[in-house]
Design a binder for this molecule. Structure first.
Ligand code: GDP
Ligand code: IMO
Ligand code: MG
Length: 424
């Protein structure tokens, strides 16, 4: 069985928790886009685990693959792997030799570009993601496979420095010793990661032929897609389902099921349009209830109501088969829950409305909250299944199902690993 799991909003939908739920000891897990700008939290009885490069099911999977579509900071990878290997000793790891390397110079450029943008800033994670993808497409990038060769690293760094002179002329990297130190540090990472590096597409194609259990985990959210998201307030990779093919080498046609993860409300980190955004006390209460602070940067996330016009758009873009709804427990404490069902009669195309070409006037329906659930109640509901959920919560789930016209198959009602219910 091959599953593809991705987020349908602006990221942080709870994809990590769902990947962890769906994975098991036989799974091969694959990341295919982005880098450490992604942050997925998984909470088990052993504590809180944060994933940035490794797929979120790595705690118990058989095998993980970091695909060619990723941009990888080698030192960050080594640190993250060390932590996860403490829990999953036998985890088998593969990194694509074609993935691009994020260097400290690219993080510097990311920060500088944001300064230059001024009030046009994007609010990036400063993890060097955009500049590294620029390097990839200008064909100057250091790729993971290059880390074995100090000479290549040095030549590429010098080339990048020359081409990007105007961006880095005030940086420490103009100093040859600094640049060479960076080259040596990058090369040194090969001692640890070299054994994991290969043409991952061959391994994956083979796994498909052997009918292995595979889960592809998308980073970020669909509305952060470089082409279809709220450009320029997006990340620098494609985040929709098709990115899985170009980012791993496995055809989307091999996927049995595409699962779209939806948070029961909406959140966004960084700048960009957000029609259903809440402000003031309402926002503060929801942010506090949901612990809405970035996994990667710790920034407070902007929060708002569920946005159906956007979900319809991203569900169609990704060709979603089933929905997973997360954080229903968080919404319960709100007395009257709103769902935006349309942007008003004047809006023809929701993404145009987001891009400022049409003016969204969100229209809401109101549903009753189901109150706070105690840990004990949640445990009982998990044992008894969907029909034991509060009627008002089921009404919320079924309303979303009808409005988006896609079945909800997974329901998450708590942060802890077990608090997830399979609906069908
Ligand atoms: P991702 O980037 O999509 O994987 O999401 P993040 O991990 O960045 O953010 C989601 C946050 O919500 C994490 O802290 C999760 O542990 C937490 N979470 C996920 N599902 C639930 C849920 O159903 N209820 C609660 N209370 N927290 C959840
Ligand atoms: P996960 O996988 C939330 C946002 C950043 C910023 C914009 C561009 O955890 O859902 P970048 O550093 O990528 O150039 O920043 O994209 N962003 C995310 N927001 N969750 C993410 O990933 C994100 N990845 C990027 O906050 O607004
Ligand atoms: Mg996240």
């Amino acid at each position: 069985m091959i599953k593809l799991i991705l987020g349908l909003q602006f990221g942080d939908e709870g994809k990590g928790k769902i990947t962890d739920f769906v994975s098991n000891e036989k799974s091969i897990l694959v990341r295919y886009n982005g880098g450490t700008n992604a942050g997925h939290t998984v909470v088990t009885d052993k504590g809180k685990f944060k994933f940035h490069l490794l797929p979120a099911g790595s705690l118990r999977a058989k095998s993980v693959v970091l695909g060619n579509g990723m941009v990888i900071d080698p030192a960050a990878f080594i640190d993250e792997l060390k932590e996860i290997q403490k829990e999953n000793l036998s985890l088998d790891v593969r990194i694509s030799s074609a993935a691009c390397v994020v260097t400290d110079m690219h993080k510097y450029i990311d920060r500088e570009q944001e300064k230059i943008r001024g009030d046009m800033k994007i609010g990036t994670t400063s993890h060097g993601i955009g500049p590294t993808y620029e390097e990839k497409y200008s064909r100057n990038s250091i790729r993971i496979g290059d880390l074995s060769d100090l000479g290549i690293i040095q030549r590429k760094l010098k080339l990048i420095r020359e081409i990007r002179y105007s961006e880095i002329k005030n940086s420490p990297y103009m100093n040859d010793d600094e640049l060479m130190k960076m080259a040596a540090n990058l090369h040194r990472t090969w001692e640890t990661i070299g054994k994991y590096v290969c043409r991952t597409e061959s391994f994956l194609m083979d796994a498909v032929k052997k009918h292995e259990d595979m889960i592809f985990e998308g980073g970020h959210g669909s509305l952060l897609d470089i082409d279809f998201g709220t450009y320029p307030y997006v990340t620098s990779s494609n985040t929709i389902s098709g990115a899985m093919h170009t980012g791993s080498g496995v055809s989307l046609r091999k996927v049995d099921s595409i699962i779209g993860v939806v948070k029961a409300y909406t959140s966004r980190v960084g700048e960009g349009p957000f029609p259903t955004e809440l402000h003031g006390t309402e926002a503060e209460e929801l942010r506090a209830a949901g612990g809405e602070y970035g996994t990667t940067t710790g920034r407070p996330r902007r929060v708002g109501w569920l946005d159906i016009p956007l979900l319809r758009y991203t569900a169609e873009l990704n060709d979603i088969d089933q929905l997973a709804i997360t954080k229903l427990d968080v919404l319960g404490s709100t007395k009257k829950i709103k769902i935006c069902t349309s942007y008003g009669k004047n809006v023809i195309n929701p993404i145009n409305a987001l891009l400022g070409k049409e003016k969204p006037e969100p229209q809401y329906i109101e549903l009753d909250g189901w109150g706070n659930l105690s840990d004990e109640e949640i445990q009982q509901m998990i044992k008894r299944g969907y029909s034991s959920l509060p009627e008002k919560m089921r009404n919320y789930v079924e309303t979303v199902e009808k409005l988006v016209n896609i079945p909800v198959s997974i329901i998450s009602i708590g942060q802890i690993r077990g608090s997830t219910i399979q609906k069908n």
